[in-house]
Design a protein around this ligand. Structure first.
Ligand SMILES: Nc1ncnc2c1ncn2[C@@H]1O[C@H](COP(=O)(O)OP(=O)(O)OP(=O)(O)O)[C@@H](O)[C@H]1O
Length: 261
């Protein structure tokens, strides 16, 4: 069976504007694939296609060989988890409870039902709690389990958001600009974390990363796909992409345009 995420010949048009044009890419389990490109290249649109916010006009998606028709509200059930720009944590829940919400789909009586005081299975809740604590521990933040997210530094909150995504045991993890708002030290730590992500389980997940921060992309990705005006202009290892003249042209062109504006 074909493993991981595959996008084939994806096209997205907004009226007369082509945001994605014949974009194909694969993300195998255990691999980190980055999508980069100058402003307006189509990165967010690509991310939104995989999350189900945008339905492509052309092409198809599969996850582990099965046709994928993502819908934002049922991503977890499809084996997809994502982190958002900003952290999107629930302010009224502790760190541990936030991470537990990531895995509620695995519980018979939902954790959310428990929060609402509805009848629940104690065994389910204990299992969720243990699993959430394990994930927090793996990410080195179990000490913050009982804290309110709002009291923690941004870099820790981001780890919590990542823990919540991982608690779902995703087949595919989508990271949207995880370096946004972080300082250099935090980015170095994040890089280490992302490099370890797909391999941390016996059943590794595929990781798709959309990110502006070039150093992070270069240091964590096994493969990079470069978009420009909605088309794939280069794909390969970080070294291959770095040395590709088409990539330099695309970025330089963007800089010249910005300077002229
Ligand atoms: N909902 C929409 N309606 C119309 N045009 C859109 C819409 N979303 C994106 N676009 C256009 O599609 C193109 C690709 O945009 P997209 O946001 O995907 O690029 P990006 O690479 O994420 O850019 P940035 O780095 O600036 O975030 C742009 O020209 C943008 O203006």
């Amino acid at each position: 069976m074909e493993q991981g995420l595959a996008l084939r010949h994806i096209g997205v048009h907004f009226g007369g504007l082509t945001a994605l044009d014949d974009v194909s890419l694969r993300v195998l389990p255990g691999r980190v694939v980055g999508v980069i490109g100058p402003n307006g290249a189509g990165k967010t649109t690509l991310f939104n296609v995989v999350c189900g916010f945008v339905t492509p006009d052309e092409g198809s998606l599969t996850l582990d060989g099965r046709p994928l028709r993502p819908r934002p509200h049922r991503l977890t059930r499809l084996g997809i988890a994502r982190t958002l720009q900003g952290t999107g944590l629930f302010a009224g829940l502790t760190v541990l409870e936030n991470v537990m919400t990531g895995a509620t789909h695995t519980a018979r009586a939902g954790f959310l039902a428990a929060l609402l005081g509805l009848p629940r299975s104690d065994r389910d809740e204990r299992r969720l709690r243990r699993h959430a604590l394990d994930v927090l521990d793996t990410l080195g933040i179990a000490g913050h389990a009982d804290a309110a997210p709002g009291t923690l530094p941004f870099a820790v909150r981001q780890r919590v958001a990542l823990a919540r995504a991982l608690a779902a045991r995703p087949r595919l993890l989508l990271l949207d600009e995880p370096a946004g708002g972080l300082g250099a030290d935090d980015i170095a730590e994040l890089a280490e974390l992302i490099r370890g992500l797909p391999r941390r389980d016996t059943d590794p997940c595929a990781v798709l990363l959309v990110e502006h921060h070039m150093d992070l992309v270069m240091s964590v990705c096994d493969e990079i796909v470069v978009l420009d005006f909605g088309r794939v202009i280069a794909a390969g290892t970080p070294d291959e992409v770095r040395d590709d003249p088409a990539v330099a042209d695309a970025y330089l062109g963007a800089e010249v345009d910005e300077a002229a504006a």
